[in-house]
Design a protein around this ligand. Sequence first.
Ligand code: 26Q
Length: 814
Amino acid sequence: MTASRPRSAADPGGDTAVLKQEILRKLTYSIGKTPATAGDHDWLTAAILALRDRIIDTWQQTTIDSYRTGRKRVYYLSLEFLIGRSFANALSNFGLTGAMRGALAELGVDLEAIETIEPDAALGNGGLGRLAACYLESMATIGVPCRGYGIRYDHGLFKQFIAGGQQMEAPEEWLTFRNPWELERPENTYQIGFGGAVVDTTPFGRATWAPSESVFAVAYDTPIIGWRSAGAVTLRLWRARAENPLQLKAFNEGDHLGAHAERNRAEAISSVLYPNDSTPAGQELRLRQEYFFTAASLQDLVRRHIQQFGNVRSLPEKASIQLNDTHPALAVAELMRIVVDDHAVDWSEAWSLVNATISYTNHTLLPEALETWPVSLMERLLPRHMQIIFAINARFLERALAETPTADLSRLSLIDEHHGRRVRMAHLAFLGSHTVNGVSELHSSLMRTTVFEPLHRIFPTRIRNVTNGITPRRWLFGANAALAELLAETCGSEIFDDIGVIDRFARCCGDAAVQQRVAAIRLANKERLADYIRRETGIAVNVRAMFDAQIKRVHEYKRQLMNIIETIALYDAMRAEPYLDWQPRVKIFAGKAASNYLTAKRVINLINDVAAVVNNDAMTRDRLQVVFIPNYNVSVAELVIPAADLSEQISTAGMEASGTGNMKFALNGALTIGTLDGANLEIRERVGEDNIVIFGMTADEVEAARGRSDTEAVIGRSPYLSDVLEAVSQGAFSPGDPGRYADLVRDLRHNDWFMTLRDFETYRQAQRRVDALWADPGAWWRRSILNTAGCGWFSSDRAIRQYAADIWHMPVET
Ligand code: 26Q
């Protein structure tokens, strides 16, 4: 990473000497090393600590200001925060990149070299976690008082490596060199109960819960700094600790393992992130995690509120609790418990208060991904909460029946009686919230007509849309500094503070000189990525070829399989007619599959098997290469996105709630090949339909096609498809294990649930349209510029302003 970051008023680079002294002090007194004995990690830690001191000044000022003004505060509850690396981002937001580079250089240390050894904070699976991270940064930038709440997992998302073409998983170890960004707050420790019984209970009245077990939640705070150090917000993560970490008697009697049993059981709660990006795992531990962090966060925010404002009744005026999906949905029951049981507020008033405080964002409509928990488990683990949920349900169903005597109560109920008795967490979150939002226009409208349709009839104004956003600081200024510089030249340097002016870039779309610069910037980014690919996989990719990237979690609905099938079809076509003028491509894949998601793992295997064949074929090597970059994470995304010419956003229509990678690629000037799904539609609106390649069925068509069993006819209509399926299932790409893909292909033929086959032919043709565009560089770079120019609206600053205005009802400066 050698490109320089934008040098602007925020980056005076003036205090190199001071910074150098501060780094040396940290190295000496906080780390206990000398320059002669310090290793790269020591230098990185010293530099972070020096920077952190400055951040803390801003952070404390932000906190003091918000206390003084008594402003309303947002509490963003999320089981995931996918932060990635922080050093480069914080430096740039603080305007200290130049000064830090200089200070380190004088100490004989290369800034770029130590930046890349910082581990990614990977406390998330994918989109939902990364969104939370972008939103915190935007809130810090815009000045929305906020605290993010989550879990401080010892182990983030698993490390992926590829052996024999297959995904292997290893535990992630981000804390090996400790975490210099966090501050442990042992004084902020709360007791979290589980199990036991409820005593003194009356319907809708106060009760006392006597848990049989409890653990401590200890706070760890990390500052998230906004752009130009405008402000900082706190990310408060909870770590689980045992009340009695050691049974001394057992230990002295020689039972060394048993003596630590309670500690192990308690600490398991914050030990690992669930490596599952859609289907709810049924494990009790997951429910314990959800309650643990929700309860700790609510205790913390209620305590703070009472301390400052004296009475829980004013909570809705001073606090907005945003639920990032249903993972913290127990907040509805827990806040009722706190208000009714601990603060003696009567049920109706408590319900109004809870409802006026909480709002919920839904991130998926896939039925298998909607969280439900067995009533029996909830009764055992959280007996008071189960009572409260039953009481909420009783009141609600009574009202529903009174208003609509014909209403189908079984669909409205908080309890699903179809698959054993289970609590529907999405219903709980919906009922407990004053506002519920989807994450793209299409997704929000599907919410109204599918999963939430019965609830929407009763609460017709509750569902709103806030289309997702991404922070331009990380995803443009940080990841693509050279493009940011060009944008500052062409649109004005105010772009760093007002991304809206990026639309001025459209004026340059036909300017050959600007086009050439965009092309040169892309080429340099591709070279940087090619170096990385060579180091990680040994493959030397052709940087003059089109870089075509699909990087995201591996899931059937995201259809990496359709992409690799099309790649094989292209490969076959090239071999059949080698004399044609094929446009050279590098197909880039990266992504993790949930460890128990066997179909997704097969797809990864197939991509690697295809890569092994294609990359070793002298006949096609100059024109087609396939790479699977292992261990996809935020840092890999930051390398791939600015280097991509083509962005693959090809989910089955109606299934990708929004996508945010799609926005990052388009903002960086990649063209999108995509379906009419999620935010792709809104990208098309903004970049113009000539500048995006759309194909495939609509969400309605998908719905209509679901029951059909005509896959053989579909295959019959595409000679490409039938040939590829035949070859793959016969073992053409797995000669040592010819049956490897037989099941994968058989399942596809049997039930094309994700429309992989039905959309294939239009996808293939769309790819050929992309080739035609690539063949005309002037037309390509024109489109690239229009993509960048059109995507300023996808800034997370815009999204946060919408949340503030429409959901949190908070004034923000524009
Ligand atoms: C639930 C229960 C048990 C175990 C795991 C889970 C679980 C974990 C993570 C369920 C879902 C998730 C993550 C979902 C997610 O990332 N959704 C994505 O959210 C993005 C931000 O809104 C959207 O852009 C994507 O379209 C959506 O897929």
